[in-house]
Write a protein that binds this ligand. Structure first.
Ligand code: SAM
Length: 306
């Protein structure tokens, strides 16, 4: 579809990409994936493009500077992050229209996936410019690939929100996904999120990937009840894969006999340290009952035990 002009590989300002599909010389916006830890994961094509474009738009120019200097790349960089993307995209589109090619990179992995860049890409598309992916690392897909969980269809939910009302909605979306779900989480929230996940969807299978491709890479797989304690206190970057479609307690019906609820309640309050109110809500959510129904079942059990 395109070829590099013969005159291209001199100085950055002379570099131009000729796109035969367009009637005029315009630049290409390359969306370049970079490593999520292990620098060996950068592709030869990504390196060539980072070397040959006129400008690299980077989420953090210092961070990308380290990658570039590791490979002896001297292409100029400019910052493009969530706070300046709207203001800056127009001038970058102008440069593309003038014939300069630009590479978009984020701090790690594939730009725009829980990372900035979408606005610039939309502006470039709207201007009729060529936008080309340079595929490579992505934490979500890497974590899914080693999870052993069903991956014929899956949902990516980015980061769980931090505000509690948004979190309730987000977990509800996850609970009803009915398939494998992947999400990102920060180290200081991973335990709380896994606990909330357990309360929302029950003891489903999860695979928690920590520090993928790095020295301390670690994968913990199993029912969420067993994974929570293993992850507690760990540092690093986490990606979680959850099989929401299947419960681990195979053979147990989704809605338990009401007589089982007191045992489940006891487990949650004594073993998992939940408050009475949290346990009632968790049981209600998990089994599609109302809080009142759970409360009534617990009260009936108490009365019958007297
Ligand atoms: N665009 C990136 C990608 O393609 O994977 C993701 C960027 S997002 C801002 C960063 C989050 O991705 C981290 O907080 C973590 O949840 C996940 N992540 C990034 N690198 C990871 C790694 N090496 N191992 C596990 N999770 C990682």
């Amino acid at each position: 579809m395109y070829e590099i002009c013969a005159a291209v590989r001199t100085r950055p300002s002379d570099r131009q990409w000729y796109n035969k599909a367009l009637p005029y010389m315009s630049g290409t916006l390359f969306v370049v994936a970079t490593p999520i830890g292990n620098l060996e994961d950068i592709s030869p094509r990504a390196l060539r493009i980072l070397r040959e474009v006129g400008l690299i738009a980077a989420e953090d120019t210092r961070h990308t500077g380290n990658l570039l200097s590791r490979f002896g790349i001297t292409t100029p960089t400019t910052s493009l992050h969530e706070h300046n993307e709207h203001a800056k995209s127009a001038s970058l589109v102008g440069r593309l229209e003038a014939g300069e090619s630009i590479a978009l990179v984020s701090d790690a992995g594939t730009p725009t996936l829980a990372d900035p860049g979408t606005h610039l890409i939309r502006q470039a598309i709207a201007a009729g410019l060529r936008v080309e992916p340079v595929p490579g690392p992505n934490a979500a897909i890497a974590a899914l690939s080693v999870s052993g969980l069903p991956n014929d269809t899956f949902t990516f939910l980015g980061f769980p929100p931090t505000r509690s009302s948004d979190r309730i909605k987000w977990f509800e979306e996850l609970r009803t996904a009915g398939r494998t779900v992947i999400f990102y989480e920060s180290p200081h929230r991973i335990s709380a999120t896994l606990t909330q996940l357990y309360e929302t969807v029950g003891d489903v299978r999860v695979s928690v990937a920590r520090e993928l491709t790095k020295k301390h890479e670690n994968l913990v797989r199993g029912p969420i009840s067993s994974v929570i304690s293993e992850v507690q206190g760990s540092r690093g970057e986490f990606t979680v894969v959850v099989d929401v479609g299947h419960k681990t307690n195979v053979g147990q019906s989704d809605t338990p006999d009401r007589a089982q609820l007191p045992d489940i309640f006891r487990q949650m309050t004594q073993d998992k340290g939940m408050t009475r109110r949290q346990a009632i809500s968790a049981i209600a959510r998990r089994y599609g009952l109302s809080n009142n129904q759970v409360y009534a079942a617990l009260e009936n059990h108490k009365k019958s035990a007297i």
